[in-house]
Design a protein. Structure first.
Ligand code: CTP
Ligand code: MG
Length: 562
């Protein structure tokens, strides 16, 4: 058997094995698979840290393999199962260069199987100067394997609407809901990242990490931002950070000679990322459209990842952003209403062109999310960061490489009872309406928003919008927002209040949040109406998963019983 390198793979058929490594081939890398699942942050694991460790482990046990069609599943299964037990196989398609490409993500039980199958892989060409190994491969045509050494077959999970959810589908599910609160939950459930999308995001990080591990010692690539904080939606960008792992430092008398590139030196970080960007473009398969944004406060490399069609941002040693993701995730975990509400407001902002995909003088999703969290603090649904810091345990202590204290309570179960019991049991509908009302009258001229204190503060700067960065309090997350854009947010919020209060509730194709999301102009003629059972199921599943928090006062519970 052998696996083949995946570069210009359509043109070449050389090699002896059936799977080819995907790779814009160049220098030979010493790819190592580390099977350790030790805590990669600090030794003490929190819920999100544990999940990240599990997802990273899952990614190390997985290979992304391009196949001719979903029908190659059996053949691929037979081939791969000779190397070990397979736990799952997931198929999806992407449109690349006008071709539909088929991929199967194969998850093995043990990392050694991946090791072994990779060692059998071959390269497409033998005349490349320095071939690169990669965990993205191509399964070329060959004899159908006869026997399978291991377990019984696993079913292929097929993700039909991979990434893309069109307006018709959203309209369909929303028009079938029975209340605005129900619509908000359904919107969240429809747009949230699927298991396959999360797997692929961690696999992308793993793919890069493999490459970097051939160049540098013990570097990790961690996803952060909306891919892991629970606020991610289909097709949201993938934020990645490259961080050194110091845990293996010993006290040997022999110390490696190294080039002194210090991560707290801005110029050196920029130069490092500049070099890395070139190498990524030249050598890592699947990476295209590389852009260097090195003058930003946090220098980043932007690139397109062809195998998943996702835009990615890679930064270096930016652990504060990872801890920020933990904080946002924690707030999302605290109350079942947080994530659906944030999703509805993020979608509203996108539809109203308050946010766009390109950076500029407008608000982006991260500060917008902080606006929602702050509003929920005012509603006494979420505690301030000050309280979370006050109740931090010894295992919660975190400090970044440049001395930023990111300590806060990570285990919400350890919050004192009076913070857990929420007097506010407003429905999502009320919360959405009141969010718009709150910010349409907020005095942005005088006050700034402070998640850390959980209250408004005197604005310390002359910028239009002041949102104190919760972890780095000297920074203003809303600094880039112009007065014009802030006024647009306020006026759109006022419009939303008006729309919600006056919308025609009898128009079944355009009611509730559909009126805010501007998706009523889809041709509804051929829409197959969902039956009510299906809609209730979605809400029921969501609520059941969060059952520890469900209040009997919540109005969606009526729908569950239908
Ligand atoms: N971040 C930060 N300070 C900022 C901007 C971003 O700490 N001024 C961190 C946050 O943890 C944020 C992450 O970087 O979640 C990624 O930023 P961004 O991609 O802009 O936001 P996301 O939350 O990922 O939202 P989106 O879905 O739009 O990508
Ligand atoms: Mg992001």
């Amino acid at each position: 058997f052998s696996l083949l390198s995946h570069c210009y793979y359509k043109k070449y058929t050389m090699g002896t094995g059936r799977l080819r490594l995907r790779g814009r081939t160049s220098m030979l890398l010493n790819v190592q698979y580390k099977s350790s699942t030790r805590s990669n942050f600090t030794g003490v694991q929190t819920t999100l840290e544990t999940e990240i460790i599990q997802r990273r482990d899952q990614a190390r046990r997985s290979l992304l393999i391009q196949v001719y069609s979903p029908k190659s599943h059996n053949d691929l299964y037979n081939y791969c199962s000779r190397f070990g037990d397979i736990l799952s196989m997931h198929h999806y398609q992407v449109n690349r260069n006008h071709y539909q490409e088929n991929y199967i993500l194969v998850e093995f039980k043990d990392v050694v199987s991946v090791d072994e199958i990779m060692s059998y892989a071959s390269f497409v060409r033998s005349d490349y100067i320095a071939p690169v190994k990669s965990s993205v491969l191509w399964f070329r045509k060959g004899q159908v394997a006869i026997s399978q050494k291991y377990q019984t077959k696993v079913a292929l999970t097929v993700e039909h609407g991979y990434i893309y959810v069109n307006d018709k589908k959203i309209l369909n599910v929303l028009s079938n809901a029975k209340s605005i609160s129900g619509q908000i939950i359904i919107l969240y459930e429809t747009l949230r990242l699927t298991d396959l999308e999360i797997r692929l995001r961690f696999h992308t990080a793993q793919h890069l990490e493999q490459y970097f591990s051939g160049l540098f010692h013990n570097m990790r690539v961690l996803p952060f931002g909306s891919s892991i904080n629970g606020f991610g939606r289909r097709k949201c960008d993938l934020d990645l950070v490259l961080v050194p792992n110091y845990s293996q430092e010993g006290n040997s008398r022999l110390v490696f000679h190294s080039k002194p590139i210090r991560h707290n030196d801005r110029t050196e970080t920029k130069e490092f990322l500049g070099v890395l960007a070139n190498a990524m473009y030249q050598f890592i398969p699947g990476i295209s459209n590389v852009r260097r944004i090195l003058e930003a406060r946090v220098p980043i490399i932007k690139f397109h990842y062809d195998y998943t069609q996702i835009e990615c941002d890679l930064s270096a040693t930016n652990m504060t952003a990872v801890y920020m993701s933990e904080l946002l995730n924690l707030y999302g975990e605290m109350d079942w209403r947080v994530r659906p509400l944030v999703t509805a407001i993020r979608v509203w902002a996108k539809r109203q062109e308050i946010t766009t995909d390109v950076p500029g003088q407008w608000i982006t999703n991260f500060p917008l999310t902080l606006l929602v969290l702050f509003y929920l603090q005012q509603k006494e649904i979420l505690p301030s960061l000050k309280i979370l810091k006050l109740h931090a345990a010894r295992g919660d202590v975190r400090c970044t490489e440049n001395g930023i204290d990111c300590t806060f309570l990570r285990d919400i179960n350890k919050l004192p009872a009076d913070f857990k019991y929420k007097l506010n049991q407003d429905s999502l509908e009320t919360l959405l309406h009141d969010f718009f009302e709150y910010y349409s009258t907020f005095n942005f001229d005088i006050y700034g928003i402070c998640i850390r204190e959980g209250r408004q503060i005197q604005k310390p700067s002359h910028t239009a919008l002041h949102i104190t960065n919760p972890l780095e309090t000297t920074l203003n997350v809303g600094k880039n927002v112009s007065f014009y854009e802030l006024n647009r947010i306020i006026s759109k919020a006022q419009d939303a209040v008006h729309t919600l209060e006056t919308a025609d509730k009898t128009n079944e194709d355009n009611w509730g949040i559909m009126t805010l999301l501007k998706i009523n102009n889809v041709n509804t003629k051929n829409l197959k109406k969902l039956n009510n059972t299906k809609e209730s199921e979605t809400i029921k599943n969501y609520l059941e998963n969060r059952s520890y928090e469900i209040s009997d006062k919540f109005d969606v519970s009526e729908e569950n019983t239908n």
